[in-house]
Write a protein that binds this ligand. Structure first.
Ligand code: TLP
Length: 356
């Protein structure tokens, strides 16, 4: 099976497992685990921030960022399809009493002018606008890289208006490789930055929130409150350190593989790449209803050995990663074309079963 559902599906490499097995550990709640400490320092340095805090997931780093920036009754501004709004169960409301106001981007990208007049007046009837969250690369925007100039402008506008800024950089290192703009340059515009080791970098677990020392100390309190204090976490931090050291530059291979898949989709009957350009390791395409729904299409594809994720009734996502070679990508590309062509010509019928 060629598993293109997400870059979260990677298994630790033998070298990563060896580094994890050899990790020096200690209780990171009572005190400090030395390997976690090393990971946090390395991450903070890469992002040009004073401090960083290791957590179990990107959802937690995002939500603790919301918690440290906002009070109940505050409002955050974000893109309508971003992970914080779309995929985290409205945790900003459930856990922090915060509301969100969404702006619709073009495949995840917002223009600075969309923020004009979006700050609520200081009025007893209204929530307080407090935080701007951006996502880079943008997941539901098919891994698009935010234009650097727009990020700079939006964050400058936010700070000039007394707002805080948070970056969901679950795939920031993909943006770094694709844009040639260093991680600390992207991060410089944000008060806090979340990065994930368990996406394209290929570590089994973990994310970090980076920012000013005082905010990160506050985040540490909230991490305990949210149940994310981990004891001998050096074992997983060692996997993340290995990923940072050895798996960043190779993201370019994933990006090149995504182009191979994109070409296959462009030439397949009934499939439309959307957006048509591919910046990093993801593609999203729509399925013509004549071929069935997106989930019927992915079920049929799975029967042929390629696994993708429907992200709406008509849209399908494929993500390239460490565990998919160029050869497997070429094989997947041929299968996409074959299945789409056969469905379009009626040679095979779509799998009508509910996918598992
Ligand atoms: N994204 C996952 C799913 O949740 C959709 C995926 O397969 O892409 N920010 C962004 C931009 C993400 O894409 C994700 C995970 C997260 C945050 C959350 O990370 P985790 O899964 O570690 O909580």
């Amino acid at each position: 099976m060629i598993d293109l559902r997400s870059d979260t599906v990677t298994k630790p490499t033998p070298a990563m497992r060896a580094a994890m097995a050899a990790a020096e550990v200690d209780d990171d709640v009572i005190d400090v685990d030395p390997t976690v400490d090393r990971l946090q320092r390395t991450t903070a340095e890469l992002l040009g921030k004073e401090a960083a805090l290791f957590m179990p997931s990107g959802t937690m780093t995002n939500q603790i960022a919301v918690r440290v920036h906002c009070k109940p009754g505050d409002e955050l501004l974000c893109e309508a399809e971003c992970h914080i709004f779309h995929y985290e169960q409205g945790a900003f409301a459930q856990l922090s009493g915060v509301v969100a106001r969404t702006l619709s981007g073009e495949h995840g990208l917002l223009r600075p002018d969309q923020f004009v007049d979006q700050i609520r007046p200081d009025d007893v009837h209204q929530v307080r606008t407090r935080l701007v969250c951006l996502e880079n690369t943008h997941n539901r925007g098919a891994g698009r890289v935010q234009p650097y100039a727009a990020v700079e402008k939006i964050c400058r506008w936010a700070h000039e208006h007394g707002l805080r800024t948070h970056l969901d950089g679950a795939r920031l290192f993909n943006a770094v490789v694709a844009s040639g703009v260093a991680a600390d340059r992207w991060a410089a515009h944000f008060d806090t930055v979340s990065v994930c080791y368990s996406k394209g970098l290929g570590a089994p677990v973990g994310s970090a929130l980076a920012g000013p020392r005082e905010l990160i100390a506050e985040a540490r309190r909230h991490r305990k409150l949210f149940g994310g204090g981990m004891r001998q976490a050096g074992i997983i931090a060692a996997g993340a350190l290995h990923a940072l050291q050895y798996h960043r530059e190779r993201l370019a291979d994933d990006h090149a593989n995504a182009q191979v898949l994109a070409d296959a989709v462009r030439s397949a009957a009934g499939l439309t790449l959307s957006p048509d350009t591919v910046d990093t390791n993801m593609i999203i395409f729509t399925v013509d209803p004549a071929l069935g729904t997106a989930s019927q299409f992915t079920a049929t594809l799975k029967n042929h050995g390629v696994w993708m994720l429907p992200t709406s009734p008509t849209r399908v996502r494929a993500v390239t990663h460490l565990d998919v070679s160029r050869e497997q990508t070429r094989a997947a590309a041929a299968i996409i074309r074959q299945v789409a062509d056969e469905l379009a010509s009626g040679t095979i019928a779509a799998d009508r079963k509910e996918p598992t």
